[in-house]
Design a protein around this ligand. Structure first.
Ligand SMILES: Cc1ncc(C[n+]2csc(CCOP(=O)(O)OP(=O)(O)O)c2C)c(N)n1
Length: 594
């Protein structure tokens, strides 16, 4: 049956109630509301608790992308939100559906991604009696509590009359302030109840976001202008606020270098002469040096979290104090968390940077000497450690050659979606990003399995732009059902699988500390075990390409990007570690026994 064809004879048009008021089934009114809010796509997986809503969605303009695992749907909704700037919407069945989606929703939460999760639940009138799949070991019908640690708010809707209010709250809260997921848990019977036609009237309020007042902006600009070694430090908040032009304007007006977190990558054009690169464990030496020796840092939209701060060890990335820190963030909870902070500002990154840039334009700053030359030299010196590998013909390929071919093949406005492993660390450190927002990666939860699924949502948000998931074979293995979903949803994405027959990054760590790779490599009967992922793709009717030489990768990528079918490109890769100019405390923890 074609999508959208009627499957039953249920009357979906308005019917007069006994009192004469016009009503309609709640699931249809909810779907109309989602349309009015601008929801274009819902990602999810069916179950008996949500088919009432699916029936309504199928008759609406909203696309439903049906995945084979709820984690895939959650990551895809996350990817869609990152690429589109709109909330992702996820629909899940109760119990195992909701728990399967947990990882994806938590991943979105830790990267501050707006998302509304709609979950079906057991019928409201059976709460506590062990209806099929109810989670009630501690409290009746409390499956929604599973989401508490990582959602901004969890709602269980107990009366259908609350559904409109709760949906409005969910769309408001997921976007307001620091964005994040909100759960709306709906007992399945409520979807089939009637509501007055005008029940869903309230839409989320337009929000004026907080900015910096003029006197504070002047104070910050004066401090930056007068500082001897000032630095701007950009996090994911700069990217999600689409504030890169404002950041560049501020940096250029005061001639201040810019370092960034993993999520902040792309905050300045890769060739910008004031760009230092990523800080921290997988950062660049010039970035770590400038962060550590700065006399003033203005950090914007960042958690100053462990990986980018070298486990907060003052010998490596930040030395605060004596460095003075000004921290601008949408979330007051981030300010002062990890470092003593001279001034905290709760503001939207775009508005704050725009205000600072405006003041900065008329301000004279200290002479920065040969700063730009120093940055260029530092970047070049570090790149010399690996840039010769960009031409390596070695097989299995050097990871750097894979990056080089990818950069050549993917247009500058194409999306590179990573997972965790060499792909994330290598791209964060070495891959030039020129168009803001084209690098999408899981940072806070660092979820293996994010990339292969998130790329589906990214492509859904921008069907006319290239979308490549650069992932390891471990990450791809977590949920290869993404291929079938991409086929069904007609999403011609590319998965470039860096195949080192194992969980390479962790294998490398174990080898370094314990001298072997037990439990980290893919093996059968003591021999490396390789899976033909390209053949898996072909089995799904998609394209699957095994790259047999370094020279074959570029053409394979070009063909994949030109195709209307999704493509898996599998390329054997040497398990070479990413350089680590910073520090990670875990390396001091491991102890080898007998
Ligand atoms: C869901 C999940 N499980 C485990 C980890 C720990 N982990 C971090 S990197 C990694 C290995 C990833 O392997 P692969 O995707 O093959 O990439 P490679 O390291 O080989 O480049 C693992 C298991 C994680 N981040 N997420």
């Amino acid at each position: 049956m074609a999508a959208g064809s009627p499957m039953s004879t249920i009357v979906t048009t308005a019917v007069p109630t006994k009192s004469g008021a016009e009503t309609r089934i709640a699931s249809y009114l909810l779907t109309d509301y989602l349309e009015r809010l601008g929801v274009e796509v819902v990602f999810g997986l069916c179950g008996h608790t949500v088919i009432a809503l699916l029936d309504a969605l199928g008759k609406s303009r909203i696309r439903f992308v049906s995945t084979r695992h709820e984690q895939v749907a959650a990551h895809a909704a996350d990817g869609y939100a990152r690429a589109s700037g709109k909330p992702g919407v996820l629909l899940t069945h109760l119990g195992p559906g909701l728990t399967n989606a947990c990882t994806g929703v938590a991943n979105a939460a830790l990267d501050s991604i707006p998302m509304v999760v709609i979950a079906g639940d057991v019928p409201s009138y059976y709460h506590g009696r062990h209806p099929h799949q109810e989670v009630n070991l501690h409290q009746d019908a409390d499956q929604f509590q599973i989401y508490r640690p990582f959602c901004k708010r969890v709602y269980r809707v107990d009366r259908v009359s609350d559904l409109p209010r709760v949906m409005e709250r969910a769309f408001h809260l997921c976007q307001a302030g620091r964005p994040g997921p909100v759960l709306v848990d709906v007992p399945m019977d409520l979807f089939s109840e009637d509501l007055p036609l005008d029940a869903f009237q309230q839409v989320p309020a337009a929000m004026a976001r907080p900015t910096i007042d003029e006197s504070v902006a002047k104070r910050i600009v004066d401090l930056l202008a007068a500082a001897e070694r000032p630095l701007l430090y950009a996090g994911g908040g700069v990217m999600s606020a689409r504030a890169t032009a404002e950041l560049a304007a501020l940096a250029e007006a005061l001639e201040v270098p810019v370092a960034h977190t993993l999520m902040g990558k792309g905050c300045l054009h890769a060739d910008h002469p004031l760009l230092l690169g990523q800080s921290g464990f997988w950062g660049t030496p010039i970035s770590n040096d400038k962060c550590r020796t700065a006399d003033l840092i203005v950090a914007i939209g960042t958690r100053l979290a462990e990986a980018n701060s070298s486990s907060w060890d003052s010998r490596f990335t930040f030395s605060i104090p004596p460095t003075r820190l000004i921290h601008i963030d949408a979330d007051e909870a981030e300010i002062g968390r990890n470092y003593p902070t001279e001034l905290g500002v709760v503001a939207d990154a775009k508005l704050a940077l725009a205000a600072l840039a405006t003041v900065a334009r008329g301000t004279t700053h200290r002479d920065r000497g040969r700063l730009r030359d120093e940055i260029a030299r530092g970047r070049k010196a570090f790149a010399a450690n690996w840039d010769h590998q960009w031409n390596s013909d070695q097989f299995p390929l050097r990871p750097e050659r894979i990056l080089a071919e990818l950069r050549k093949a993917v247009p500058e406005d194409g999306f590179i979606v990573t997972d965790v492993g060499w792909n994330k660390n290598g791209v964060g450190q070495q891959f030039p990003i020129t168009v803001p927002g084209t690098f999408i990666t899981p940072s806070g939860l660092a979820t293996m399995g994010f990339g292969p699924s998130a790329v589906l949502g990214v492509k859904m948000a921008h069907p006319d732009r290239a979308a490549v998931a650069l992932i390891g074979d471990g990450g791809f293995s977590t949920n290869p059902s993404v291929i079938a979903t991409a086929m069904e949803a007609e999403l011609p994405v590319v998965w470039l699988v860096m195949d080192n027959a194992g969980f390479g990054t962790i294998a490398g760590l174990e080898a370094m500390h314990y001298g072997w790779t037990f439990g980290c490599m893919f093996e059968r009967c003591g021999q490396p075990y390789r899976v033909d992922y390209a053949a898996m793709a072909r089995a799904c009717g998609a394209r699957g390409v095994n790259v047999e030489s370094a020279a074959a990768l570029g053409p394979a990528l070009e063909e994949a990007l030109a195709s209307t079918l999704p493509t898996v490109i599998q390329v054997a890769m040497e398990n070479a570690p990413t350089p680590t100019p910073g520090h990670w405390d875990i390396n001091d923890i491991y102890r080898k026994g007998e």
